[in-house]
Design a protein around this ligand. Structure first.
Ligand SMILES: [Fe+2]
Length: 196
């Protein structure tokens, strides 16, 4: 299925589950662990997904944003994949390198996606800021990692910007009714080497 067919299928509201299950090539340079983005991916995805289960210990957090093209148009049918540590800063074992706390969401017609999860803990005993690893799976184009989601209120945060792959991943979360709100908008292909 070429890119034009994919786009037309998406516009017709068809075949999103099939698209979601498709393996795309890794682009954008070396990517340790990129193969794992497809491991265990559900056949059917929605724009709202859960990473940590409801019973997971930790402060609830919502991660959401809009995926857009370089021209600023909302991108429908793009899979956003994210994984992170638990409250203790560990990746709970789950038979893959990304651990148990991982999820996939597929953007809706407005380019919107949302994850319900917990705020991750920093690695214990190390000077590494809290972070959420994020990847994009773009149908007909490829898969690539984007800048981690990181938090400006984290004392471990070095307050530096990353490479801004996929746009800026550093933001200041707000806590409303006990739930952290973290916004991570994504610009497809931004600062991704070889993206076309
Ligand atoms: Fe990590």
């Amino acid at each position: 299925m070429d890119r034009r067919t994919v786009v037309s299928s998406v516009l017709a509201g068809l075949a999103l589950p099939a698209l979601a299950a498709r393996r795309e090539p890794t682009i954008g340079g070396p990517c340790e662990g990129c193969d794992w983005v497809f491991d265990g991916q559900p056949a059917k995805l929605a724009s709202r997904a859960r990473i940590a289960p409801v019973a997971e210990a930790g402060a609830p957090m919502v991660i959401e944003g809009v995926v857009s093209s370089a021209r600023g148009l909302p991108a429908r049918g793009v899979v956003v994949y994210a994984y992170h540590t638990n409250q203790a800063g560990l990746y709970p074992p789950a038979g893959n390198r990304h651990g148990r706390l991982r999820g996939w969401a597929i953007t809706d017609a407005q380019g919107h996606y949302r994850f319900d999860t917990i705020r991750p803990g920093a690695y214990p005993g190390r000077n590494v800021a809290e972070h959420v690893h994020m990847h994009v799976i773009e149908p007909g184009v490829g898969t690539y990692y984007i800048d981690n989601l990181e938090f400006e209120d984290d004392p471990l945060n070095p307050r530096r910007r990353g490479a801004e792959r996929g746009g800026n991943g550093l933001m200041l979360p707000q806590r409303r009714d006990g739930v952290w709100q973290a916004r991570r908008d994504i610009v497809l292909g931004r600062n991704i080497p070889g993206y076309s």
